[in-house]
Write a protein that binds this ligand. Structure first.
Ligand code: HEC
Ligand code: HEC
Length: 446
């Protein structure tokens, strides 16, 4: 029954949209298991033409280079995800090295790094489990979460950009723009205060996850309608049952599932990690260049490390780094809590994958890493609440006087935090087939 529906719709949509994908090879594996194994090679694991994994074959030999003509559309006429794949998030997260998660601190390049062991914001009632995070991944990429089925979380949080958006302000479901730059999601699990957004207005990730859905610019959906809408698909009932034991679709479960998916986004396979591992193993082969190590030394001596802490490079709490002046209309945390002594304080995400996360700062006004370094070097605002870490002896905003070589070294060091395995790991990738035209899905992502 289900498949005949799908088939009829599929024919209609094909006629309308002509959405064959000429580049995508057919991989005929009805039960794709996505390895949690890091170092995934980024090869496509979705089954773009698999029709929901019925495995019945379509008369075309696999691997002949011809695209499968059957588009993946569900009974509601919207994209049908690959629900057969079973990404192993638990194994991936368990693969974090000891210097990341064990209680002791780690010395690398004569600098002491604390670990994130005590700053995991996972609540006891929402520990990671594969079926829940699998559901979370599908929700995260589903355009059904927006009122007009055009925008998913991933429209503004793109894997190859460390789950931020490469534009200064993101475009919402009706073409409006967000008030701030999108935030990268790498390692957001390790933000100790557990609050979310640049101004920390969400108390937990579970609370945060429902906010963009209802945001009038971002997705414009109400939660009651969303529960109904998801119930009108052929597949969510089954996914909620696998995840939570019965098919009730509630916004709390939606929030829990997406939070688990986002908390699985830990990054530990950058060149920086290889270098730490090598030093711990007494392997003398240099991993980082002299320039990169010089950048790390500066990151330490210029106090960057006092705020961007641990081997996960997360903020220890919100700070005032002089990113705004006293008169700026956006005073971040101070506006939310209504306390003048917190005016100008902001949260930011982990510096891991920062090199692919431009533009920078809450307003996205700094286009590249060199401009961030130039900001710290010569542009810190004399905000009344500026952190002592960034003041000189007279109490003014510090002017660092870095040489060009120093600035380049800092940028080079920050680039060592890019984790290509994470950025292409299929467990974090889009489970929906590529959309070319017709539904307008994800067309807002530039
Ligand atoms: C239209 C673009 C857009 C969409 C769609 C969107 N986001 Fe965001 N996201 C943003 C922006 C912009 C911010 C920063 C907003 C702020 O702090 O004021 C943000 C911030 C966040 C943060 C905070 C990260 C941190 O470390 O504090 C999380 C988590 C997040 N989004 C998850 C999601 C999820 C889950 C969805 C889907 C339900 C989603 N986003 C949909 C643009 C978007
Ligand atoms: C007092 C704490 C503090 C110190 C010291 C500090 N930072 Fe930051 N950093 C922050 C805060 C807070 C933000 C977010 C500011 C904003 O968005 O308005 C930030 C943002 C950044 C960003 C951009 C993050 C993003 O997602 O846009 C980079 C890169 C960065 N800092 C690097 C550095 C470097 C390099 C140093 C040392 C030269 C340094 N920081 C020193 C607190 C600090």
């Amino acid at each position: 029954m289900k498949y005949s529906h799908v088939f009829l719709l599929a024919v209609a949509i094909t006629a309308l949209a002509g959405c064959n994908d000429d580049d995508e090879p057919v991989i005929d594996q009805p039960s794709t298991v996505i390895p949690g194994d890091p170092g995934g090679d980024g090869s496509p694991v979705n089954n773009p033409g698999d029709g929901g994994g019925d495995g019945s074959g379509d008369g075309q030999p696999p691997g002949d280079g011809e695209p499968d003509p059957e588009p993946r559309v569900d009974i509601d006429g919207l994209p049908l995800p690959d629900t057969e794949a079973s990404p192993d998030f638990e194994t991936y997260v368990a693969g974090q090295p000891g210097y990341y998660t064990s209680l002791s601190s780690t010395e690398f390049n004569n600098i002491r790094f604390t670990s994130v062991a005590t700053q995991d914001n996972t609540p006891n009632d929402n520990e990671l489990s594969n079926p829940v995070a699998k559901l979370g991944r599908i929700l995260f990429y589903d355009v059904r979460l927006s009122a007009n089925n055009t925008v998913s979380c991933a429209s503004c949080h793109q894997q190859e950009h460390g789950f931020t958006d490469p534009v200064q302000l993101s475009t919402g479901f009706e073409g409006g723009h967000t008030g701030r730059h999108s935030m990268g999601l790498t390692n957001s699990r390790y933000y100790d205060p557990g609050r979310f957004f640049w101004d920390e207005r969400a108390a937990t990730l579970e609370e945060q996850a429902l906010m963009p859905i209802q945001d009038p610019v971002e997705m414009g959906m109400n939660l009651f309608d969303l529960e109904t809408k998801l119930g009108q698909t052929s597949f969510y009932g089954q996914l909620f049952t696998e995840a939570f034991g019965d098919e009730a679709i509630t916004s709390q479960r939606i929030a829990f599932a997406m939070s688990q998916f986002m908390r699985a986004m830990v990054s530990y396979e950058s060149r920086f990690d290889q270098a730490v591992q090598a030093e711990l193993n007494n392997d003398p082969t240099p991993v980082l260049t002299e320039q990169e190590l010089r950048g790390l030394d500066l990151f330490d001596s210029l106090n960057c490390i006092d705020c961007h802490t641990t081997t996960a490079f997360v903020l220890d709490r919100n700070h005032n780094n002089g990113s705004v002046s006293n008169n700026d209309p956006d005073q971040g945390v101070g506006d939310v809590v209504g306390r003048p002594e917190l005016a100008g304080f902001f949260k930011t995400g982990s510096l891991r994958n920062i090199a692919v996360g431009a533009p920078y700062f809450h307003d996205g006004h700094l286009p590249d890493l060199m401009s961030v370094i130039e900001f710290y070097n010569s542009g810190i605002n004399n905000h009344a609440n500026l952190s002592p870490d960034l003041r000189d002896r007279t109490g003014r905003a510090v002017r660092m006087g870095l040489s060009q070589a120093d600035k380049e070294a800092l940028v080079a060091f920050l680039e060592t935090l890019t984790d290509d395995s994470f950025l292409s790991n299929p467990i974090f990738s889009d489970p929906f087939p590529p959309v070319e035209a017709g539904t307008g899905a994800e067309s807002d992502a530039p």
